[in-house]
Write a protein that binds this ligand. Sequence first.
Ligand code: AKB
Length: 327
Amino acid sequence: MGNIEKRKVLITGSLGQIGSELAGALCERYGGDNIVTTDIREDENGCLACAERFEKLDVLSIEDFNRVVSENDIDVIYHLAALLSAVAESSPQKAWQINMEGLFNALEVSRENGCSLFVPSSIGAFGPDTPLDDTPQDTIMRPHSMYGVTKVSGELLCDYYNLRFGVDTRGVRYPGIISNVTLPGGGTTDYSVEIFYRAILDGRYTCYLNPDTSLDMMYMPDAIKAAIDLMEIDPGVLRHRNAFNVTAMHFTPEMIAAEIRKFIPGFEITYENDPVRQAIADSWPNNMDDSAARDEWGWLPEYGIEEMTRDMLEVLGAKAEKGELKI
Ligand code: AKB
């Protein structure tokens, strides 16, 4: 893939929760002139201004995708354009189209242009038959949600393109990601972000998952680090290229509420169950074993529940004081 400092990187879905922060981190690391951001929407608020170039791109158009990659001489693609679990469940046909056809195009474009390709999988790739505690790296994967079906299929397709065509595909199974910059859009784990906004703005939050639903989570700086570290490692050391379990913490709504109460003592949480998202969450791991990522490429998260909670409340609290916190 050539010199790391000189690599040219393209991100799809750059205005999404991960993309918007990954773009900033990559601009800092490789220089904005080496980063091309793309999204199906216009960057109306200039969120991606650090990058030299923004292109409006629908990943379902392979011609446009190919043109942007070849015109910009791209070495690495971070393919983040996808629907998350809850929206995918409400529009399963659309989810298949965006998540699978979009991925197929990303793989074909990578094959034709000799690009390395990062594709995020998810805890959503697991299903109700998977061992829920210390979920192993290699285990039963029979998800019941359309999101999960696209994630497992995506992992397999990425393996296939690597084995059959030698495309340098890599990826992680992300847990719920908590960030203080861009809100997530339509996932099952979104409560873990919303709860901080509501705690600061209203002092209370109504949660759509049961109080004891345990899920893996990660703070955004660790999620960004995982994506960059995995793409920078010598691929020769990787055995599980496309679907590394990675986690940083796991908690239930009850536990995160207790953590928030250490800073906002009057914070109240109530529960109004959403059966669709509850069923999805119940089929996902309580906590994953990420030792393969630790052993193969040195994965090590920096933020646990305490550090993440403190930082979230500090950053969002400062925004609230300036009247800039909206949900
Ligand atoms: C979702 O909830 O859909 C995502 C995920 C865990 O993949 N945050």
